[in-house]
Each structure stands twice: as C-alpha cells, then as structure tokens.
Design a protein around this ligand. Sequence first.
Ligand code: ZN
Length: 263
Amino acid sequence: MGFFDLKAICGVCDRETGLNRFKVKKPNAWICPECLKKAGGITSVDFSKVTIEDIKQMIEEKEWKQEKRSNAFINEPLSTAEGMYRYCIENNLGSGWNEKWGGKHFKIIENNLLDGEKVHLTFIGLHNYISATKHGNNFAYAITNKRIMMAQKNTIAGEKFQSVSLDNINDITFKSGVALGTVTVDTIKETFNIGLSKVSAKLINSKIHEVINDIKNNKGNGKLESNDAASTADELKKFKELLDMGALTQEEFDIKKKQLLNL
Ligand SMILES: [Zn+2]
C-alpha cells in the first residue's frame, strides 16, 4: 500500500479513513481523524510509541470517564462545575458574571471536593467586598457538608482557593448597603465580606442558614433518591437538555441514547 492509496481502513473503527488519516507504526496501520479525536487528539497520541490496541484502550478510558462524569452530573448535579454553575443561575444566587468564568471558578471547587463531600449550596459574589469599586472580584462559593469553599480562577494570579470548616464559623450575617448587599462570614480566624445584589444577598444569607442548620441537624445527609424508577423517556429528556446546554457533545449524547435504548 503506497502512501497515496485512496482507500485505507482505520485500525480502530474499521471504517474508511479518508485522506486525513494518520499512520500508526505498531502494527503498520492507519487511524481515522474521528478515532484520533476520541483518543484525545494529536497531543495525547504519540505515534512513534502507541499501538492500535493502546489507542483503543485510550478511547475506552475516555468514554468511561465521560460517562462517569455525565452520570455524576445527572445523579448529583452539584458534584460538577457545570451543575454548580447552573444551580446559581436557576436559583438567582449571584450576579455580574458569565458562564465562561463561572465555570472556571467552580472547576476549582470541583477539583477540591473530598471523598464523601457533598455540595448543598453554591453562589457567586464579590470577594472581600469593601465598596462597589474595592473588592477582590468574583469568587465561586460552595457550602458543603464539611465547609465553605471559596475559589477564583484568575488570568494573572492563577487559582485562589480557601475553605473554612463549618465548625469554625462563628456567624453569618446579612447587610443591605447603598449599592449592593453584603453577606459576612465570620470565622474563628478571619471575616469574609461577600458583595452581592441586595436580592441575592438576602436570599443567600437565609439559604446558608437553612442549609447549615440542616447539615448540623444531620438532615442534609439524606440519601439521594434512586434513579432506577425513572423511565427511559425521562432519562433521554435529561440527556437532551444536557446536550442543548452544551454539557454533553453530540457524540456523548449519541452514546447515552444508544445505551438507554439498548441499540
Ligand atoms: Zn476510526
């Protein structure tokens, strides 16, 4: 087979590769651009080392991870950055931020979640708020069964992350100012003033108290309802929504759809 043979078969998916194919040395084989993309793209695949079998395994692992992530998103929405961000929007908890940055701040929170740590409430506000012009910009906040987490992704300073155990919180109070409202978290070590719109400040303050009381009374540890009873149609609808909001790619949606319909 010469290099310019028009027809070549992908060693991974057994379909025709088209001309945008890539050569895999061990064994002497081709891979199509779709399969390369599934394996993580040109930067993840070292063509001088990997075999077709390695690539197949890479794709399987990636799909497995993606499936785990989308299942986590469905079963426990607040365990992922997307879910935490969406929760803020749907409950009007915070203002003055966009999806790109909101997602980045919450990604830090997602990455710092411990085993068994469960997020109960999330919001975005202006960290270390002094006045409308003096503050530390937007932070993402999460109240979990263990602590308050605060995170900011910043192009200059990188990542900022801090957390305070719920046991170390003295009090949480709310104040309505001229321009914005403030939620103040008073901890054993320091005090955090969080700037929010007046409406969200009031709402967040009462929600925080509700959530923390629930956690302290152990009501917050209730088991998640089983999804087993949910009909296939409901499940499909949820995945369609995820697709529409961009949390799943078309490819991922198709995989889930196939699984649900046993195709
Ligand atoms: Zn292929």
